[in-house]
Design a protein. Sequence first.
Length: 119
Amino acid sequence: MNYDLKHFAYIGDCVWELFIREKIIKKTKILQKMHSLTTSFVNAQSQANILDVISDILTEEELEIQRRGRNLKISINKKSNPKIHSLATSFEVLIGYWYMENKERLKQVFSVIEERIKI
């Protein structure tokens, strides 16, 4: 089946949140703290920052997917910074792409993220 970038962004958002939630429940059993920690990683600014952290390990193909994901036409609320939101969307596109097309690469990238940002 062929997927487009919006499909990758959609699933990437879910996969990223699940990855973070799995890490958070290992750190605390307090529900309020879980939510606070999760939302500190599952937001546009954080995702844009993480994209910057992993940019040096992206292949040319992945950089192209990221660029195309950044240019997706998506709706955002008026309070959001469009540049940050588009970077976060491109991060979600990459996560979704790896999840659907190359789970081994996704594991590699998640390991790098864990190492570099200390989740």
